[in-house]
Design a protein around this ligand. Structure first.
Ligand code: G4P
Length: 533
């Protein structure tokens, strides 16, 4: 049976994206305002920022609340301009870049948020590079225009040079800092003015005939009006019209300006987003095939696993990005790795901690399905059981440790908890060939991952554990020229095993790695590895 016209329409109105930014650029604030425009939050400021008493909607884990950081990623859904928008939150901290990579596999576009005073920051650059790896079209939102910052031409030049990508200003700020009075929308040739002292949705709209339009003199002081005119003359003469194909192929990034905190410029961004953001795309699957989102065959892949979202129920949820067809609660699907059939009877969608049962969902959507241990990150499911999407790689950790529990009787419980958390992708586990699986070596990309681990063991498993750091800093998966695992190396190197029994080399320093390479010139020492078992 093929998809009904109504179902196809539902798929075509899906837009799935993520916001990437350096911490503090205003991601939480922008998210709140987007949810507000989408009618999910009814009062701007209803959800307080990190210094407020309530945690932001998307930061729901205990430690996130305490630390004011967003480390897990959640999904928020809202409707705007007849579109169903799924916004995936990405962890803002650099120690969680692997989570971000996984999230970016589940979206069709991203919005890069930049603080006007800080420009392209270190973390933005790293996240941008991850987007580039996946060729995702990127919107840019320059935030905090109500604060003093770089002038827009300098900022655009900085973005273009640092990221090696062309920018296309869709809007242009009229002033900056205290003199920020409005924006010019270059696409519809209208100017919007607002009063900074009165946050909210109030603004006035005027047609704009061009840089010499006298309306600028009405709202801006003489110096600002003169500067804006110079800037507009320059960009209007230098830039060709907006080319959507160049955006979709990742060559240019459309830039909008605003103040998330003051809810100004956010709706302009949303309108532009809904006009140009790509909907669900055909997705590459193994064996060179592609899966059409409008296919009648339901398919999707797990990009995130989260255990213990609700401590009372010890639940585990696999987040599935639906890639084709229609999902119906209770449906039977084939699990491609386990080659077995599963019934998806427990399914939910989220706005942060609020969970709602989902009966129907479509390609482009994210559903959380209850998991009793069947899913690992990267697993594919489909109605015919045959679809297998690309692998989601696992990257080499750089920090290593072992854990010790005070109560020796709880050793087994600790090992079980570690396996759960590694299946979520929160940490990686390795087995020392001389000790075996009763004492795992734990690998992490950053310090904060360890901190979260110790906290979660205590909070969710009631295990008081002490972390003992190990001297390793390098992990590599040795591979033959044909890509097969290499189980033995010349030069007296110990090989450990990862959780899917692949040999891994753990070393104290880069120097040791160079030595291993010299001794084993035919071996490739891979920095990432497929998760597939
Ligand atoms: P993040 O999630 O990217 O880390 O950033 P978040 O939204 O938490 O914003 C970081 C700080 O920047 C917050 O201030 C927030 O209010 C402020 N901010 C965000 N957008 C704007 C903007 O457009 N203009 C101005 N002036 N500030 C903005 P805070 O002092 O940490 O918290 P709060 O007391 O303001 O809530």
């Amino acid at each position: 049976m093929s998809l009904s016209v109504q179902d196809q329409k539902e798929i075509l109105r899906r837009r799935t994206f993520a916001i990437i930014s350096h911490p503090d650029a205003g991601k939480t604030t922008l998210t709140e305002k987007l949810l507000y425009h989408g009618g999910v939050i009814h009062e701007a400021g209803e959800v307080k920022g990190k210094s407020g008493t309530k945690a932001a909607t998307s930061d729901w884990m205990e430690l996130e609340k305490q630390k004011g950081i967003s480390i897990t990623s959640s999904v928020m859904t809202f409707d705007y301009n007849q579109l169903r928008i799924n916004l995936l939150d990405t962890p803002g901290h650099k120690d969680f870049s692997e989570d971000t990579y996984r999230v970016l596999m589940a979206v069709e576009s991203a919005c890069m948020l930049i603080d006007v005073a800080k420009g392209v920051e270190d973390r933005t650059k790293k996240l941008y590079d991850v987007c580039r790896l996946r060729d995702i079209p990127i919107f840019t939102f320059v935030n905090k225009l109500d604060r003093e910052g770089k002038d827009p031409l300098t900022l655009i030049d900085e973005i273009e040079r640092t990221l090696n990508m062309q920018c296309y200003p869709v809007t242009w700020p009229l002033g900056i800092g205290q003199r920020f009075k409005g924006i010019y929308n270059r696409l519809n040739k209208k100017v919007y003015f607002y009063d900074q002292r009165r946050e909210g949705d109030e603004f006035t709209e005027h047609d704009f005939s061009g840089p010499q339009d006298p309306i600028l003199d009405k709202y801006l002081d003489a110096e600002t009006a003169a500067q804006v005119r110079d800037e507009l003359e320059l960009i209007e003469s230098a830039l060709p019209p907006f080319d959507v194909n160049e955006f979709l192929s990742g060559k240019i990034s459309p830039v909008t300006f605003g103040s998330a905190k003051q809810n100004f410029g956010v709706d302009t961004f949303l309108n532009f987003f809904t006009q140009f953001a790509p909907g669900p795309k055909a997705r590459p699957a193994k064996a060179g095939s592609e899966v059409d989102p409008l296919s009648e065959n339901f398919s999707g892949f797990v990009f995130k696993i989260q255990a213990n979202m609700d401590k009372r129920h010890r639940d585990r949820i696999a987040f599935v990005r639906i890639c084709s067809g229609k999902f119906e609660r209770g449906m039977k699907v084939g699990h491609s790795r386990l080659t077995k059939e599963l019934r998806l009877s427990y399914s939910s969608q989220f706005v942060a901690a609020d969970k709602e049962t989902v009966e129907v969902a479509y390609a482009g959507d994210i559903v959380g399905v209850g998991d009793t241990g069947n899913f690992a990150i990267g697993d594919s499911i489909s109605s015919n059981g045959k679809v297998k999407f690309e692998d989601i790689p696992k990257f080499a950790p750089e920090l290593f440790a072992k854990l010790q529990v005070k109560d020796a009787l709880k050793r087994t419980k600790l090992q079980e908890a570690l396996v759960h958390l590694s299946e979520e992708g929160a940490i990686q586990l390795f087995v020392d060939p001389f000790i075996g699986a009763q004492e795992y070596i734990i690998g992490a990309v950053g310090e904060l991952q360890f901190e979260v681990l110790v906290h979660r063991l205590q909070d969710e498993y009631n295990l008081e554990a002490k972390l003992n750091r190990l001297p390793f800093t390098v992990a590599r998966w040795p591979r033959s020229p044909e890509g097969k695992p290499v189980g033995q190396l010349k030069g007296n190197f110990t090989l450990f095993k990862d959780m899917i029994d692949q040999p891994v080399l753990l070393l104290n320093q880069e120097w040791d790695l160079n030595w291993a390479k010299k001794e084993n010139p035919d071996v490739d020492f891979a920095t990432s590895i497929s998760r597939a078992r």
